[in-house]
Design a protein. Structure first.
Lengths: 314, 800
């Protein structure tokens, strides 16, 4: 498994490089979000990461109704609408090609293109700016998404480059990918943060669009065959996967099929992703209840009663 | 909080603060009878007269004697700094202050009766004669390059001061007096030392008489102080005799016992020590900037003693600390209208320093450090301020405890870098052992207890100096020349030429600011000797000199505070980028746009706003800001002070960025005329940082902060970044990394409901606000309205 010679020039669609991330692994981290995901979770928090191609985001709260974007659009996909005596730019998504002509012109940063082909070198430069803080806090770099396994060449190179430069690495993944991609990526991963969204395959397919057999298999492979430290994450979605039987089944899987010391992180559902759906002109699931602290505590108690250590939050 | 503290805290909610005239009356009575005597003698007699006669009282449930004014919550009108005229008093009454009608009437009579007495008018006279009447200085005094801009030749004292505390004013000097000596040796050791000095005195030198006067003054004041404590002992005994409640009677008798012992005798127990400390603290006030120094260090032996002997529990100690908090809340001050604008509200900085290292460099965090933090978290009272000294080995536990306080929204504690402060004192020639003993005085100004003193006289508005430079020495605020001609900027060929010419103007104006400082130092030395605080400096008795009349090992008499350095650096970056590098605009176009306050230059304005800005870890603006601060520091080090040292650079804006901005015209960083300047000294300009907290710190770390007495960096976090202990540990690591790699100070505000609501309405002003929930971060301003509301409702908690 040789890395490409010019590995620093490999590129992937990246939609965000976020600094001072405190919930994506130990310490302070810089998180690189790659775009493109094989799953379509109903509650997706980063819907702008679904496709690999660039996507236009619009922020209605910031729009001042000046109309500069409408004039700039080569597809004539933007028109102005009046609502509550305020003018807003409205984009016809069927015409929009996400070319970005409008975003640079917007004086109030109300329009943005998510996703830009970014090289390993560019990511590394950004990560290295914060090296002092990453290292001293016991943190590092995390690849999130989207899905890392969808960009094995790029992720492998980025992870390797981080190690070469003394930066610890983690990957947040749904584990839905090929064995080859896993082999290449995980040899440079210090911590795997792996999602299990549902233990029942049929439910999993209903909620995410894919069954879970491959996922559970890959997680065991990463944990046992590759020996990578693993942390299991359950996005707690009330009414979808938060019932005691699913939580217990997940805990049992961790205890029996992974290792006794693998912890479970329970990530409470939040609605912030809905904003992004709106910005993308999509309809998100807006009927999911946000779990409160006592609900999360109950979930934690269920997992811990199975003898697995659990923590609320990342 | 226990019931007693809860009650005391509840009693703090009052709507009007009384202004008192007793101290003003007593001071003037004394001055009236001492005309012609040496100033040190007059001041000592005045102090004695106050301590012997001012009304005292013990409040319900209190365990520590001493309140700071003749009425509860009162502020005594001061005699040193301006007369309270009817006009000023009326203005106060329209705000949150009140005055007894009889007192008000008497005040005006006193004003007239003692018109020639008030030392205060001497200070104002001294300033106005040297600064207001001087044709060279007068245009400068009005210009807004330093604050406050004078409106008439009489100067900008802007009315009087009223404060709590029984010390001598005006108290603008920042010192940490030797509390430890009083606790360990008692006032009797000071009196005995002065008596011995008098006994040994031989009239063999020119200053023999001055020394005699000084020692007599010290004895007079310390004896009066002991009698003052005795008055509390008598009062407590008398109240005990009348008290029905047996529990309270016992408390009062114990207070009486303690007050008849300390401060004269050394303290032996924690209650004795805290009473002795409080009496000392009250005589170091009135000053809005009195420090308690390293309270957790010098109080620790008494804590240890009582805990080990089973006399007290941690809960008992916490109660004393919380009572001390409630009492500090009542130590207030108010100034005249003009000064109220400069330091908003009842600004005060009573600073307790915790943590840090000992003389050998070992961490000294102890149980009291934690209990002090707990007293703030538990009571949710903003005063006294707590400052945490941070070094490589500061326990994570202490940092997390401090952040527990931060996240309640109190805005403190602040965190200081041992490394940068120690370097500051080492560069000034102090020994490593002394340097390691520094504490925060004022808000973050470092001083070494009993060994250094400093005075912040004025703030220097760098952005205004830049504006004067842009107009070749002309001040747009006053419409007259204030600087020297440094050339027509439109004729400058290169950025280097432009920048160098700015530094010439900058240098010229800074030297005038130093002169203004000196005039005040000279006047204060002459007018305001203070035997009490002077005796509690290192060798303070034996040297035979007032502390303003001494040359200290680290001569730090005068500080000059830099304000608007970031706006200036950003302005230089915009000029370099858009005029000299890209040549998108000409200098003439820029001048025209600035003179029109950007009106009618929308696209150009947007380009200048979007030019590279400090706070994003972008080298161009960061290096220019860094150069501005380096030039400021180097220039200070070249300027003489009246106390035979060099000016020390300081960079704490307090709230001066507001009035400073109000004087300053439009600047090339895109700021409009009159708008506020960047806050603190190393915080990015408001809303100009887009790359997260680490980029801000990395920008600040490029500035050499060690030569500064203090720097400020304020950072805001959304409560979601501090939700769990794990979050706090990560923030603690960030703070420590900053403070051990060039940073000097950092403090945090937690975003509150109003700010989020404002961010919803004005997203352009809050681009940096990030919401963090498990595994997810989002810019607040990019959330939809409904979700924003949800975040506001779910995460905000109001300050209690």
């Amino acid at each position: 498994m040789e890395l490409a010679k010019e590995y620093l020039h490999l590129a992937a669609p990246v939609f965000n490089i976020q600094t001072y991330c405190i919930h994506d692994g130990p310490g302070i981290r810089t998180t690189v979000f790659v775009k493109g995901c094989p799953l379509r979770c109903l509650w997706c928090a980063n819907p702008e990461s679904n496709t690999s191609s660039p996507q236009l985001l619009t922020y209605r709260e910031k729009c001042t109704g000046c109309g500069i974007c409408a004039a700039a659009c080569p597809q004539k996909a933007i028109h102005m609408e009046l609502e509550d005596e305020k003018r807003f730019a409205v984009t016809d998504r069927s015409l929009c090609t996400s070319c970005g002509a409008c975003t640079g012109k917007c004086p109030s940063q109300a329009r943005e293109i998510a996703g830009k082909m970014t090289t390993v070198q560019e990511c590394l430069d950004k990560i290295m700016e914060d090296k002092l803080f990453l290292v001293s806090s016991g943190g590092g770099m995390t690849i999130s998404g989207g899905e890392a396994l969808s960009h094995p060449d790029f992720c492998e190179a980025l992870l390797y480059a981080c190690h070469e430069n003394g930066i610890s690495t983690a990957v947040e993944s749904c584990s839905y990918g090929s064995r080859d991609a896993i082999d290449r990526i995980y040899r440079f991963v210090d911590l795997a943060l792996l999602d299990i969204k549902h233990m029942d395959s049929a439910q999993h397919k209903r909620l995410t669009g894919v069954p879970n057999e491959l996922i559970l298999e890959n997680i065991q492979y990463i944990c046992h065959s590759l020996g990578v430290p693993v942390c299991i994450r359950i996005p707690v979605i009330p009414g979808y996967n938060s019932d005691a039987s699913n939580l217990e089944a997940t805990a049992e899987f961790v205890k029996n099929k992974l290792k006794a010391d693998v912890p479970i992180h329970l990530l409470p559902y939040h609605r912030l992703g809905l904003s992004k759906s709106e910005s993308l002109g999509q309809q998100g699931a807006d009927d999911i209840e946000v779990p409160d602290d006592s609900f999360m505590e109950k979930c934690r108690a269920v997992v811990e009663s199975c003898g697995v250590s659990a923590k609320i939050g990342g | 909080m226990n019931e007693r503290v809860k009650k005391m805290k509840d009693s703090l909610r009052i709507s009007k603060y009384p202004l008192c005239i007793e101290l003003f009356r007593l001071a003037n009575e004394s001055l009236d009878s001492t005309a012609g005597e040496p100033m040190i003698t007059r001041r000592a007699k005045l102090h004695e007269h106050i301590l012997d006669n001012i009304t005292i009282f013990i409040e319900e449930d209190d365990l520590i004697c001493g309140s700071g004014a003749s009425k509860p919550f009162g502020m005594e009108m001061q005699y040193e700094y301006g007369v309270w005229t009817k006009d000023e008093v009326e203005a106060l009454k329209s705000e949150i202050y009140t005055i007894d009608p009889k007192d008000e009437e008497e005040l005006y009579q006193l004003n007239e009766r003692f018109a020639g007495n008030a030392l205060n008018s001497n200070l104002v006279d001294a300033l106005s004669q040297s600064l207001g009447m001087n044709d060279r200085m007068w245009p400068f005094m009005k210009s807004g390059v330093i604050l406050p801009p004078w409106k008439d030749r009489k100067g900008g004292s802007g009315g009087g001061f009223a404060m709590s505390g029984y010390g001598l004013g005006p108290g603008f000097f920042l010192v940490c007096i030797d509390y430890e000596r009083i606790l360990k040796e008692g006032a009797k050791s000071v009196i005995a030392e002065a008596e011995q000095c008098l006994k040994n005195l031989r009239y063999t030198s020119g200053d023999s008489i001055d020394k005699q006067n000084y020692w007599e003054a010290v004895i007079r004041v310390f004896k009066a102080w002991v009698r003052f404590a005795g008055r509390y002992a008598d009062l407590a005994r008398q109240m005990a005799a009348e008290e029905k409640d047996e529990g309270r009677k016992k408390e009062l008798l114990e207070m009486a016992r303690i007050c008849s012992k300390v401060p004269y005798e050394p303290a032996e127990t924690f209650p004795e020590a805290i009473q002795s400390f409080w009496f000392t603290f009250l005589l170091a006030c009135p000053s809005p900037t009195t420090t308690a120094g390293r309270f957790d260090q010098y109080m620790y032996p008494y804590y240890r003693h009582d805990i080990d002997a089973g006399l007290l529990t941690d809960d008992d100690v916490l109660e004393y600390l919380e009572i001390m908090r409630c009492k500090t809340m009542k130590i207030n001050r108010v100034s005249g209208k003009a000064n109220r604008a400069k330091n908003s509200g009842m600004a005060k900085w009573y600073n307790w320093t915790i943590g840090g290292v000992d003389k050998d460099g070992n961490d000294v965090t102890n149980e009291l450090s934690y209990l002090l933090l707990e007293s703030a978290r538990d009571t949710q009272l903003p005063h006294f301020t707590i400052t945490v000294r941070v070094h490589e080995k500061t326990p994570e536990k202490l940092m997390v405890k401090a952040l527990d306080v931060v996240k309640t929204g109190l805005g403190m504690p602040a965190f200081l870098s041992d490394k940068s402060y120690i370097n500051f004192f080492l560069e000034g020639g102090m020994s490593i052992e002394d340097a390691r003993d520094y504490c925060a005085t004022g808000c973050v100004d470092g001083n070494i207890p009993a060994k250094t003193r400093s005075q912040v006289v004025t703030f220097f508005i760098i952005a205004q100096a830049f504006d004067v430079f842009m107009h070749n020495g002309f001040c747009r605020f006053t419409g007259e020349n204030v600087g020297i001609p440094t050339g027509d900027v439109t004729q400058m060929k290169t950025f280097e030429e432009f920048k160098d010419a700015f530094f010439v103007q900058f240098d010229y104006l800074m030297h005038m600011a130093a002169e203004r400082n000196n005039v005040e130092l000279i006047a204060e030395r002459r007018l305001f000797p203070d035997p009490f605080r002077s005796a509690l400096m290192k060798n303070g008795v034996s040297c035979g000199k007032d502390m303003l009349d001494r040359h200290f090992d680290f001569e730090n008499g005068s500080l000059l505070g830099a304000v608007g350095g970031v706006n200036t650096g950003d302005s230089l970056a915009a000029v370099k980028t858009l005029i000299f590098d890209q040549k998108k605009y000409t200098m003439q176009e820029l001048l025209t746009a600035l003179d029109n306050n950007w009106e009618g230059f929308d696209e150009m304005h947007s380009d200048f706003i979007n030019a590279p800005k400090y706070g994003n870890n972008d080298d161009l603006p960061d290096q220019l800001v860094s150069e501005v601060y380096k030039f400021f520091a180097d220039t200070c080090h070249r300027m003489d002070t009246a106390y035979d040292g060099k000016v020390t650079p300081n960079a704490i804006s307090i709230s001066a960025h507001q009035p400073g901005g109000a004087c300053t015209g439009a600047t090339p960083d895109g700021r409009r005329s009159g708008e506020i300047l960047a806050d603190a000294s190393l915080s990015p300009d408001h809303g100009k940082d887009h790359n997260g907290p680490l980029a801000v710190l990395l920008s600040a770390m490029k500035v050499d902060q060690d030569p500064y007495q203090g720097t400020l960096l304020n950072m805001k976090f959304h409560p979601s970044a501090l939700k769990t202990a794990d979050d706090e540990k990560k923030l603690a690591s960030m703070i420590k990394t900053y403070l051990t790699n060039g940073g000097k100070h950092i403090q945090f505000n937690v975003v509150n409901r109003q700010e989020m609501t404002d961010a919803k309405i004005h997203p352009e002003e809050h681009p940096e606000l990030v919401v963090r929930v498990a595994g997810y971060s989002a810019y607040f301003t990019r959330l939809s309205g409904a979700i924003q509301d949800e975040v506001i409702n779910r995460t905000s908690f109001e300050q209690v």
